[in-house]
Design a protein around this ligand. Structure first.
Ligand SMILES: *[C@@H]1O[C@H](CO)[C@@H](O)[C@H](O)[C@H]1NC(C)=O
Length: 276
């Protein structure tokens, strides 16, 4: 593992000092040794100056690293709003969302599976940094990304596994959920908002093949993040974002930002191996 944890800044400074004093003081240094020492110095220097966090950025292998460093506990929310293939990307791109997981919730059947999920609903679990986004904002995204008035299904999908549910944890979330549902109902009285509000008990993560489903339909994007194994796609913040991007469900500004970056990579070609 290469990340900030290996290099405290003192440790790093000491290495820098040793490396440079080695270069300047040792008189009978061969050209090759000098080159190695110099290279080492440069490597350490680049680690040291890369950014305040002293880390080399690898493809998102440490998705909770940022929050672990800030010692900021993440919060968790779960919503059901139709097919979880689509629910994940609805939330994956939002600023402050660290992780999304497709899964099953809302029923009593133990250990549900895709082909036998019993009375559960397809759901998405969202881990988020409450300093950057809150439950009320997640509720807004929930309401604006499905038809809460559709009965016994969502979009083209028919069945109670696609029903609309807000899962709550604690009285404040119950209050916010109820308030937002009332507001949604007042927008039109001609049909009934079917959304249930349930206390969250168990969330069962879905099988790996259902995670980041939209991203997996875009091999180029998968390549860009290093073809990480399916299990890692579940925990990766970057995969959650790109999953939102692949489904074109990111907030517009974000969608355009990522679009521009990926366009640049496509134009310039593969950045690492191009010149071999
Ligand atoms: C409810 O929230 C508390 C505090 O954030 C957390 O410790 C607990 O795990 C949550 N419960 C569920 C079922 O997610």
């Amino acid at each position: 593992m290469i990340n900030g944890a290996m290099f405290t800044s003192d440790n790093c400074r000491e290495k820098l000092y040793r490396s440079f004093s080695h270069q300047t003081m040792q008189m009978r240094v061969t050209t090759r040794e000098f080159a190695v020492a110099h290279l080492l110095g440069l490597v350490i220097l680049s680690i040291f100056t890369a950014d305040g966090a002293l880390s080399i950025r690898l493809p998102d292998r440490d998705p909770v690293g940022v929050n672990a460093r800030l010692n900021q506990p993440l919060k968790t929310a779960v919503f059901a709003l139709g097919s979880f293939w689509r629910s994940e990307p609805v939330f994956g791109c939002l600023n402050g969302v660290v992780r999304t997981t497709a899964g099953y919730a809302g029923g009593i059947k133990p250990n549900p599976e895709f082909r036998s999920l019993g009375d559960h609903a397809e759901s998405v679990q969202i881990e988020y940094d409450p300093k950057l986004i809150n439950f009320r904002q997640l509720l807004e995204v929930f309401w604006s990304n499905h038809d809460s008035r559709q009965v016994f299904g969502q979009g083209p999908d028919v069945g109670s596994q696609y029903r609309s549910i807000i899962f709550t944890n604690g009285t404040e979330e119950v209050r916010l959920a109820a308030l937002s549902k009332e507001r949604e109902q007042t927008k039109s009285r001609s049909s009934v908002v079917t959304t249930e509000i349930q206390q969250l008990r168990n969330f069962y993560p879905a099988e790996p093949e259902h995670q980041k489903f939209e991203l997996k339909r875009h091999p180029f994007l998968l390549q860009l993040i290093g073809n990480i194994p399916e299990e890692e796609l579940v925990t990766s913040t970057l995969a959650a974002k790109l999953n939102g991007y692949a489904a074109e469900l990111c907030p517009l500004r974000r969608q355009r930002q990522i679009d521009a970056k990926i366009g640049e990579i496509r134009r310039k070609g593969w950045p690492v191996l191009k010149d071999i």
